[in-house]
Design a protein around this ligand. Structure first.
Ligand code: SF4
Length: 176
C-alpha cells in the first residue's frame, strides 16, 4: 500500500501547533510507515509539492507570502486541515487587525526602538491589511480548534483520514 503524502505548513503562528503534533511522541513511530512527510518545517523541501493527500495548516493568513502559499496548498492538496485557533479564527495574529499595517510597523520598528529606526523591507513579506482565518482565503475541509489542539486529537485526525473516514471531533477539541 502506498504511503499517504502529508504536508504541514506554518503560516502566522507560534509553532505551538507543530509542537503539539510532535507531542504524539512514540505514536509517531506507528504512523511513520503509513505516511510520507513531503513538506513542512520538519523536512527540507523548499517548494510545496504537487499531489499532496492531506495538508495541515498552522497559523493565520497575515502576509502576501502566506496568501500565496495557502493558495498553492489548496491547489495541490486533496484535503486541507486548519490546525489550531490561529488557522481557524485568526486568533492572536488578528489582534493587530484594528491598526493599519504601516502604523503598526512604525510603532514597533521606529517608535519602539533606540537604534536603527527603520521598518525592515528586504526579505520581509509584506503584511496584508488584516490577518485572516484560513477559510476566508481558501476552502478548508476540516477545522481543528485548540491553542494548540491536543496531540491526541491530531493523532486521531491523522488516523481517521488514513482509514478513509471523516474525523468526528465532537468532544475532542475546544477553542483556547
Ligand atoms: S493556535 Fe495557539 S499554539 Fe497554534 S499557532 Fe496559534 S497561538 Fe500558537
Amino acid at each position: 500500500m502506498s504511503r499517504a503524502r502529508i504536508a504541514t505548513v506554518w503560516l502566522d503562528g507560534c509553532s505551538g501547533c507543530h509542537m503539539s503534533l510532535l507531542d504524539l511522541d512514540e505514536a509517531l513511530i506507528g504512523l511513520a510507515p503509513k505516511i510520507e512527510l513531503v513538506f513542512g518545517p520538519l523536512v527540507d523541501a523548499q517548494e510545496f509539492p504537487e499531489g499532496v493527500d492531506v495538508t495541515f495548516v498552522e497559523g493565520a493568513v497575515s502576509s502576501h507570502d502566506d496568501l500565496r502559499l495557502a493558495q498553492t496548498v489548496r491547489a495541490r492538496s486533496r484535503f486541507v486541515v486548519a490546525l489550531g485557533d490561529c488557522a481557524v479564527t485568526a486568533n492572536v495574529p488578528s489582534m493587530r487587525n484594528q491598526i493599519p499595517p504601516k502604523k503598526l510597523l512604525e510603532r514597533i520598528y521606529v517608535d519602539g526602538v533606540n537604534v536603527n529606526h527603520r521598518v525592515p523591507a528586504d526579505g520581509v513579506p509584506a503584511l496584508l491589511k488584516q490577518a485572516s482565518p484560513l477559510h476566508e482565503v481558501i476552502r478548508v475541509d476540516l477545522h481543528v480548534p485548540g491553542c494548540p489542539p491536543p496531540a491526541a486529537a491530531i493523532g486521531y485526525v491523522i488516523s481517521e483520514l488514513l482509514a478513509g473516514r471523516r474525523p468526528d471531533l465532537a468532544g475532542k477539541v475546544k477553542f483556547g
